[in-house]
Design a protein around this ligand. Structure first.
Ligand SMILES: NC(=O)c1ccc[n+]([C@@H]2O[C@H](COP(=O)([O-])OP(=O)(O)OC[C@H]3O[C@@H](n4cnc5c(N)ncnc54)[C@H](OP(=O)(O)O)[C@@H]3O)[C@@H](O)[C@H]2O)c1
Length: 250
């Protein structure tokens, strides 16, 4: 077995995190403290370091679409994805940035904010039939709205809809409530987890927050990259078949 632990600085990140080319693939990128907290003072930023930010951007650069829960958009004040010069090669033949796909039931979002008004790739809103009509109208004026479910967004239907639009390299940036549902739906092919060298205690959620999965999700270690004090773990689901309706090998 090849040695799977390498120094972050010595690795060609784009190669180490390349998506499979033969199937849709859903990866999540998350960070946790040593004791499992998914945030520090409501935000993830304080958990990360420069390398984590580099990886965060690289994973965006590799992706066709970035899926995120409305809670994270509100708390973290998400803006649109901005093009970066280092993505030119990564994204050759694709749009310069991946669109964001925001999952929301209530549509309690600021549709006048840059995430909707200044996105070079129109932001997608994944919502439900039960979303308030006035909010739905506001969303439709500023975003591409996909209705995938009645009361709740059916995560599998939402992911299928993204894949049907050509977004085969999917990146989920959480938060924990959304990611728990992605995993519960059996859609999580890969987890990129940054381990942050800090203890916090308190009541922050773990990186998955919701009802227990129907079956434990088992993952194999693809690699560990060592930073100064952070660890960058890449785990692939043991049963990863690729997100979406068409399993691998076909
Ligand atoms: N550690 C990390 O890597 C990481 C990553 C991301 C975020 N975070 C942190 O996590 C916190 C936010 O995460 P969170 O878990 O509270 O929220 P979240 O997962 O980002 O968003 C939850 C919201 O998403 C919408 N949603 C989720 N599932 C849905 C479904 N099936 N159907 C319809 N809508 C659905 C709902 O939005 P509406 O309320 O609009 O209906 C729900 O309130 C923040 O503190 C953030 O800093 C940490």
């Amino acid at each position: 077995m090849p040695h799977r632990s390498r120094s972050f600085a010595d690795v060609d990140l784009a190669a180490a995190y390349a998506y499979p080319t033969d199937r849709p693939w859903l990866r999540a990128n998350m960070i946790a403290s040593l004791d499992g907290s998914a945030w520090w003072g409501d935000r993830t930023g304080p958990l990360g370091d420069e390398r984590d930010r580099e990886l965060f951007q690289l994973l965006r650069g590799l992706a066709d679409v970035v899926i995120v829960g409305a809670g994270t958009v509100r708390v973290e004040g998400y803006g649109p994805v901005r093009p970066r010069p280092e993505w030119d090669e990564l994204r050759a033949g694709r749009a310069p940035v991946p669109p964001l796909a925001v999952v929301s039931r209530a549509l309690n979002l600021d549709f006048d904010a840059p995430i909707f008004t200044a996105a070079s790739e129109r932001t997608i809103v994944l919502t439900t039939e039960a979303a308030p009509a006035s909010q739905r109208k506001a969303a439709e004026a500023r975003a591409e709205v996909i209705v995938a479910g009645r009361e709740d967004v059916d995560i599998r239907a939402a992911v299928d809809a993204l894949i049907a639009r050509g977004h085969r390299r999917l990146l989920c940036e959480g938060g924990p409530i959304l990611l728990a549902q992605v995993a519960a739906a059996g859609l999580l092919d890969e987890l990129c987890l940054t381990l942050s060298p800090v203890l916090l205690a308190g009541d922050a959620a773990r990186i998955l927050n919701g009802t227990p999965l129907p079956e434990p999700g088992h993952f194999g270690l693809a690699h560990v990259l060592t930073g100064e004090d952070h660890l960058f773990l890449r785990y692939v689901a043991k049963n990863a078949q690729g997100a979406g309706p068409t399993p691998s090998g076909t």
